[in-house]
Write a new protein. Sequence first.
Length: 76
Amino acid sequence: MKAKELFGKEVIDVHAESVGKVVDIELDISKAKIIGILVKTGLTKKALVLPADVDRIGDKVLLKIAKDKIQKAQSS
């Protein structure tokens, strides 16, 4: 899967509640590693979903955790 295919996908938590939509991916270029998926959760709010918290990706991104366990994204 290409990164651009993730953008706009809806993110669903373990309780089938909508978290938001994928807007970006955080990368560590020096280690060639994905740090997390940036999800827009509100008008101006974003959250960072860690790769370990993703159950599967299809039409939607399904998480292994509840919405309230997702980290708030750092402002950049």
